[in-house]
Design a protein around this ligand. Structure first.
Ligand SMILES: [Zn+2]
Length: 247
């Protein structure tokens, strides 16, 4: 059953190559993005959705502040709630692949790795009718094989520079405090990529009300910054970590 995969992967690579030559995000190609160069920008990212009702609540909060964000979605949840994935895109945000069932990719076979990425891509493309360009590995689990396989499928890996630790937070204030401590103590300010969660990989319906409220407070606290999607982060002359350096 290799043939369908090869056909799909070739089409994805061909399409991405065309995209990379003209899009402002072409610097993402072959690299793992961790942050941008412009400290006036901030890219807030949400993992493990779509998740009712918290994803929709976040969309309202983001809309109020005219902020753009990026959502890394789990394929099996997208098949259950495709209308939430469509609402994210319709609101002007960016959507990425967070695998189909959220395994640690460090531990899975090469075949399972390909399946996880392509099943999630298919769920997203069926729901949204467009190619997916970004990928975030569950638990941040990277290894050369993960990055190579993602790259062959036209997926640029996106990590983060700031963690909200919202999966274990006892209040919204705790999340805001953790994020702002990291952002404000940077010796050389940069365009931060902030990791938060609108869902939980263990179950749909995971309570993310602290994250919704923390996001509202962070948008106010950093109102002087421009909240952009990951592809909107300016890269200046800096070098991100290339996949070669990580091997
Ligand atoms: Zn996750």
């Amino acid at each position: 059953m290799l043939w369908p995969y090869i056909t799909f992967a070739s089409a994805a690579v061909a399409s991405y190559a065309g995209y990379a030559t003209m899009a402002p995000t072409s610097q993402l190609y072959g690299r793992t993005l961790t942050h941008g160069s412009d400290p006036r920008q901030m890219a807030v990212t949400f993992d493990d959705g779509p998740n009712d009702p918290y994803t929709m609540h976040l969309l309202e909060v983001l809309e109020k502040h005219n902020a753009r964000a990026t959502f890394f979605l789990i394929g099996k949840y997208v098949r259950k709630r495709p209308e939430i994935a469509r609402a994210i895109l319709a609101a002007g945000h960016e959507v990425g692949n967070h695998t189909d069932s959220h395994p640690s990719l460090i531990l899975v076979s090469a075949a399972r790795l390909r399946q996880e990425l392509s099943d999630c891509n298919k769920a997203l493309e069926d729901a949204l009718g467009r190619k997916i360009m970004l990928f975030r590995p569950p638990f941040g689990g990277r290894r050369p094989n993960v990055l190579r396989t993602a790259g062959r499928m036209g997926l640029a890996p996106v990590m983060w520079s700031v963690t909200g630790y919202d999966w274990s937070a006892k209040s919204a204030a705790e999340i805001v405090e953790k994020v702002s401590r990291q952002v404000d103590s940077r010796p050389k300010p940069q365009g931060e990529i902030v990791l938060l969660h609108d869902g939980g990989h263990l179950a749909l319906g995971t309570d993310r009300s602290f994250t919704v409220e923390a996001t509202r407070q962070l948008l106010e606290r950093y109102a002087a910054k421009k909240f952009v999607s990951v592809s909107g982060l300016s890269q200046g002359n800096q070098r991100s970590h290339s996949t070669k350096e990580l091997r």
